[in-house]
Ligand binder design. Structure first.
Ligand code: SF4
Length: 236
């Protein structure tokens, strides 16, 4: 006889979604308290983190709004506040003198490092997973996030899966099946990036081909964590 606990019709996908929402609540709560303790709003803290992760640490207002999925007026208000606090500076784009680019001041860089560190509480929680579990979880997250991006639910980020240098399942070694053309190196699922400073967006055809090929890889492989990278200590 099936107990009442297991008799409901909730699918595994629904339970995973419930778990992700609980993690989301923890992140939101921590984000408010950490940013607030430094005199920032969560959006201001996210802007500092975003600029810190940018190649050359600068971006236009439109790029910030798009990356954080916020409106242009919200981005503008937050940036103005960060400029007034001395964390963000404005300068003319080298490529287009009419465009204003936003960057971090020295104080902004220090604050960006501090606000980026608050995710350590999540890292320590993920550390309870063994290496194979972490790798399977990471691959699952990549699939979920990429699916949400393709549906327009969340903004694109500088993930390997949308990068023109990414060649998935290129190698026979199942521990390091992918290849990064930027550094000319093989790497495994566990080294795939969500935010890479070297990322350059692939065109639509390349993205579609990479996504299809990435999904081809058989699920549930057991990977030797000692062999996660073919060339340890270098990017990716
Ligand atoms: S590691 Fe960076 S440069 Fe290499 S494929 Fe991934 S996103 Fe692109």
């Amino acid at each position: 006889m099936i107990s009442k606990t297991f008799a409901n019709q909730e699918s595994a996908a629904q339970r995973v979604a419930t778990g992700l929402m609980k993690i989301g609540l923890a992140v939101k709560s921590r984000n408010w308290s950490e940013a607030g303790s430094r005199g920032l709003t969560p959006t201001q803290a996210q802007i500092l983190s975003f600029l810190k992760g940018r190649l050359k640490a600068s971006a236009s207002l439109g790029e910030i709004a798009e990356a954080l999925a916020i409106t242009a007026p919200t981005a503008s208000d937050s940036v103005s506040s960060l400029v007034n606090k001395g964390f963000v500076t404005k300068h003319r784009s080298a490529a287009d003198g009419r465009s204003v680019m936003l960057g971090l001041s020295d104080a902004g860089r220090r604050m960006a490092r501090q606000v980026s560190d608050w995710t350590d509480f999540l890292v320590s929680a993920v550390d309870v997973l063994d290496p194979n579990e972490q790798q399977a979880f990471l691959k699952g997250l990549i699939k979920i996030i990429r699916t949400l991006q393709m549906r327009g639910e969340i903004p694109l980020s500088r993930m390997c899966i949308t990068c023109r240098y990414f060649r998935p399942n290129e190698h026979e070694d199942r521990s390091t099946p992918h290849h990064c053309d930027f550094v000319d190196m093989a790497f495994g699922d566990g080294n795939m990036r969500f935010e890479c400073a070297d990322h350059e967006v692939a065109d639509d055809d390349m993205q579609f081909a990479a996504w299809s090929r990435f999904l081809e890889m058989s699920a549930g492989q057991q990977i030797n964590p000692e062999n996660q990278m073919s060339n340890k200590g270098e990017n990716p």
